[in-house]
Design a protein around this ligand. Structure first.
Ligand SMILES: [Zn+2]
Length: 313
């Protein structure tokens, strides 16, 4: 058997969300070099501020300024920072109790070396030169006995901040199953390879390696034609980063395509016609590219009867 295929995969998107009244005030203050906390019903000051009091469940009253100096209460050394972390060189992740607060906040400490870090270390905020109303306006903390870094130009471009964008990225190495590897190798040869269950006879493409209905391995390989039927579809009207690099401009159609002879549909693009022309039962054929199937396009045949795909949606 050929060895399984492996490839690096990267999934990323920007998570955009509103901040709500408390965190909006917190972020807006950061742009003005101020760190705010919230006093709880028990008198303790939480920094960052809570949105709802952990004791009374009430929203906080007026926020109170804390810091900008504080004390390290716990820490962990980051010898090799990852892309996107607060500092490019080695640093400490630390829980820092800011002066005037009773709780600790997590942030980075630029101490130079792990030997310079200790619980009880006094630290102060180092502000980003250009601030926009984000937790990253607080560039990091640094030991109070270190010379203050020059921040050069100093500017805040923030008005009242009400939202934040958090980039989310996951990089990992994907190892395809033997069945999926055979499927992918088949695509390179412009062949569509599925597997049939020896118990129920269902044909799965792409193959899953086992039949979800019977729980048995699927070993019989089945080659399928590159024609099929749209069973369901949606018109994509929403843009996202990277979409145009794929040659896609909304609106366009993503559909479940049931290949002739298969028992489950798979997802693909329907191009080569107006989105409004796509319908359930539309007959389509694969349009091949070097890397596999580019998309599916209408064949011009009469639509498939509903009964032919009703049990495969
Ligand atoms: Zn089965």
């Amino acid at each position: 058997m050929d060895h399984p295929l492996r490839a690096p995969l990267e999934i990323e998107f920007d998570y955009t969300r509103s901040l709500g009244p408390v965190l909006s005030e917190f972020m807006t203050a950061l742009a003005a070099r101020r760190i705010l906390g919230a006093r709880g019903a028990d008198g303790r000051v939480h920094a960052p501020p809570f949105e709802y009091d952990p004791v009374s469940s009430e929203p906080p009253g007026q926020l109170t300024e804390v810091g900008p100096e504080g004390t390290v209460v716990s820490w962990s050394w980051m010898p090799e920072p990852l892309e996107g972390q607060p500092l490019a060189g080695p640093f400490a992740w630390a829980l820092i109790r800011l002066d005037g607060a009773d709780t600790a906040m997590l942030h980075a400490v630029d101490a130079g070396s792990a030997a310079a870090m200790r619980t009880g270390l006094r630290v102060r905020a180092r502000w980003a030169a250009s601030r926009v109303g984000s937790i990253r306006d607080l560039e990091c903390f640094e030991p109070c006995d270190a010379p203050a870094a020059s921040t050069g130009d100093d500017a805040s471009t923030a008005g009242a901040v009400t939202g934040t964008i958090t980039p989310v990225r996951l990089s990992y190495m994907h190892t395809a199953s033997p069945g999926e590897s055979a499927y992918l190798r088949g695509l390179a040869d412009r062949r569509l390879l599925g597997q049939r269950c020896g118990v129920c006879g269902q044909v799965y493409v792409p193959p899953r390696g086992t039949c979800p209905a019977d729980g048995v391995p699927t070993q019989e390989e089945v080659e399928l034609p590159d024609t099929g039927t749209v069973t369901t579809f949606c018109v994509v009207n929403v843009g996202y980063p990277g979409q145009r690099a794929l040659g896609l401009t909304p609106p366009y159609v993503a559909a479940a395509v049931l290949l002739d002879g298969a028992d489950i549909a798979f997802q693909h693009l329907i191009l080569g016609c107006e989105p409004g022309e796509v319908r359930m039962g539309l007959r389509v054929r694969a349009v091949w590219a070097d890397s596999g199937i580019s998309h599916f396009a209408p064949t011009g045949e009469p639509d498939a009867a509903y009964e032919t795909y009703a049990r495969h949606m």
